[in-house]
Write a protein that binds this ligand. Structure first.
Ligand code: NAD
Length: 500
């Protein structure tokens, strides 16, 4: 198998950079090395940021209609390259092709929202707030924005950030995950083909050396980060200490509550899709089912049945529903947490630990796994498993379910399956979680709204994309103006200005 040389994208062109370090990129379905990634160093960082700074200065002056022409063209190009992007994602991430195309589709929604920026960005104007005085407010770009993204959505998460950062007039530097970096380069090519000036969208690969460089560099004005909680916390603390605006989205432990009055077949269908889709490597995956009262017995049986029927294999093959995990380390983590849960008294209802996919013996696979009678004290409950494992916790009442969720340090997404509007309303009002589904297991907001968790799932004041995205990538200005007549003699006084 040939090994692709994966370069940075600096000033509108592929660039191997000066950094001498490399990292191998794998096809997780086969375990083979597919790429050799250039990791940037401080010289590459400096070069990229200087290009971004220069590009930001002129791009911020481009009219909204010129920026929108690029955005509309980019939308068409991403749309027409969906299958190509999906193939790149599947080859490096492992998720099935239809799921990869789905993430491109969700990213496109943000591009479409950004295409409406002239409407969204309209300012406010108050005429004659005082005699002869008008006040108006508007928002301007920040300058250079860096986006640091995780492996699990190599196209969608960059598309949560870049379209709005660019539409609002900033230059954007993407530091993609080093595990599946290639989708970012096709996105870079499409931005260029759409007419975006060189330097407005750049890709700089690297590991913590580049991340820490971005967090502290004087040419960076803001950071959007998505990844695990410990790194999100580090990014937020370091970036803000260096005077940058930061939004840092972290990890998750998403609970879905199943009430006894729920349609249990519908709940089991949705729970297994939400737990095992993309091998559980979604920040909005349901990893804990909270079975209330006598919902538990039937729910566990139904989810177990569905888990056993899932076809696991290489994501490019027809009929495959679930692919491998991203690395052997992920495989080890998931197996370890299942084993520890079993040792601590959980029942392993469906066991994916020893799954071998014929013809892909070296792939990083773990099969769908269902754990029952999981408790809060178990490591499988405390840690983010980030694999195809659904842990069932049994509780007596809705109150108990809400207490469990609210005691959890994460607060990304949650859901309730119920036939009762009152239970749903109580739940949505009381849970300390940012995104809530009612009979919807994965409540990722549409692009007209913003995405964000609470507690350890998000550090910062702004959620990502949607209206909060526009606010994050811009800052406000308010103008108070008077245009007196030439012979105006109303004069000025030393008193504090008052309206009249
Ligand atoms: P990660 O935190 O390991 O990596 C994210 C980014 O941080 C990568 O670009 C990586 O290069 C960089 N990074 C890693 N270690 C670093 C360090 N020590 N110092 C500085 N930078 C570092 O996350 P991941 O494994 O790529 O992605 C999975 C995680 O992301 C999960 O925890 C998942 O829940 C989370 N996630 C959250 C959301 C959300 O919206 N809240 C969305 C997707 C993924």
């Amino acid at each position: 198998m040939s090994i692709t040389d994966i370069t940075h994208w600096i000033s509108g062109t592929p660039d191997p950079g000066e950094g001498e370090r490399r990292q191998e990129v794998y096809n997780p379905a086969t375990g083979e090395v597919s790429g050799s990634l250039h990791l940037g160093d401080e010289r590459d960082l400096q070069k990229t940021l200087e290009a971004a700074r220069a590009a930001a200065d002129s791009w911020s002056e481009a009219s909204l209609s010129r920026r929108m022409a690029v955005l509309f063209k980019f939308r068409e190009l991403v749309h027409s390259h969906t299958q190509e992007l999906a193939a790149i994602i599947t080859a490096e991430h492992g998720k099935v092709l239809s799921d990869a195309a789905g993430e491109v589709g969700r990213g496109l929604e943000v591009v479409e929202f950004a295409c409406a920026l002239p409407q969204t960005l309209k300012g406010e104007y108050t005429e004659q707030i005082s005699s002869g005085i008008d006040v108006f407010s508007f928002r301007q770009p920040l300058g250079v924005v860096a986006g640091i993204t995780p492996f699990n959505f190599p196209a969608m998460v960059p598309l949560w950030m870049a379209p709005l950062a660019i539409a609002t007039g900033n230059a954007f530097v993407l530091k993609p995950s080093e595990r599946d970096p290639s989708a970012s380069l096709l996105l870079a090519e499409l931005w260029k083909e759409a007419g975006l000036p060189d330097g407005v969208f750049q890709v700089l690969h690297g590991d913590k050396e580049i991340v820490n460089g971005l967090l502290t560099h004087e040419l960076v004005d803001a950071i959007s980060f998505v990844g695990s909680t410990p790194i999100a916390r580090h990014v937020y603390e370091t970036g803000t200490r260096h005077g940058k605006r930061v939004q840092a989205l972290g990890g998750a432990k998403n609970h879905a509550v199943v009430m006894p009055d729920a349609d249990l077949d519908l709940a089991a269908d949705h729970l297994s899709a939400a737990a095992f889709g993309s091998a559980g490597e979604r920040c909005m995956a349901v990893s804990v089912a909270v079975a209330v009262g006598d919902a538990a017995e039937q729910l566990v049986a139904k989810v177990g049945e569905r888990a056993r029927s899932i076809t696991v294999g290489e994501g490019t093959q027809d009929g495959v529903e679930m692919g491998p995990l991203i690395t052997p380390a992920s495989q080890d983590r998931v197996r370890r947490l299942v084993t520890e849960a079993e040792q601590d008294g959980a029942a392993v209802v469906v066991d994916g630990r020893d799954l071998v996919v014929t013809g892909h013996e070296e792939g990083f696979f773990v099969g769908p796994t269902v754990l029952d009678r999981v408790t809060e004290a178990m490591s499988a409950y405390e840690e983010e498993i980030f694999g195809p494992v659904l842990a069932v916790v049994r509780v007596d009442t809705l109150e108990d379910a809400i207490s469990l969720i609210n005691a959890n340090p994460y607060g990304n997404g949650t859901a309730i399956f119920t036939g009762s509007g009152h239970s749903a309303r109580t739940f949505q009002s009381r849970v300390t979680v940012g995104m809530i589904g009612v009979n919807v297991p994965v409540p990722v907001p549409a692009a007209q709204h913003s995405f964000g968790g609470w507690k350890d799932s998000l550090f910062g004041d702004h959620h990502i994309y949607g209206p909060d995205g526009v606010r994050f990538y811009t800052r406000g200005k308010v103008v108070t103006q008077r245009w007196p007549a030439q012979n105006d003699e109303s004069g000025a006084s030393l008193n504090f200005p008052s309206n009249g």
